[in-house]
Ligand binder design. Sequence first.
Ligand code: DQA
Length: 151
Amino acid sequence: MKFYILNGPNLNMLGIREPAHYGTVTYKDLVSMIEAHCKERGVTAVCLQSNHEGDLVDWIQQAYFEGADGIVINPGAYTHTSVALLDAVKSTSLPTVEIHISKVEEREAFRQVSYIRAACIKTVTGHGVAGYLEAIDALIGHLKGADPACK
Ligand code: DQA
């Protein structure tokens, strides 16, 4: 199995930005954690981060054209604004899990909207960086048929 693990704007600042919300693990350490977790499960992880919406659209399409099995995405602030990311995920029909490090549902009103959620099989919030590993396992479970599409 091959998964694209996509991170949006400011997630390269993990470990520096607002530790009360996002913890102290750096993006580099997050990628190492994800790669180790995926390796143990026989999954190839393609980890990419960009501060630019179009890059994320391109990578969602690339996941499809390269025959990836699924996507885990933390769209960062684009969660709350981007119809383009929603449309990109819908275009591919790839099973996609949305993940947020912080508990977005307990934060500002503008963080309560997620455009991409409508195209995702599951959303993980508020479990810190461990949420990425949970999202990966949910995707594996979904692909093996053990975890029917649910939110
Ligand atoms: C975030 C939550 C978003 O509201 C925010 O803009 C982020 C990170 C999270 O992981 O909790 O950049 O997606």
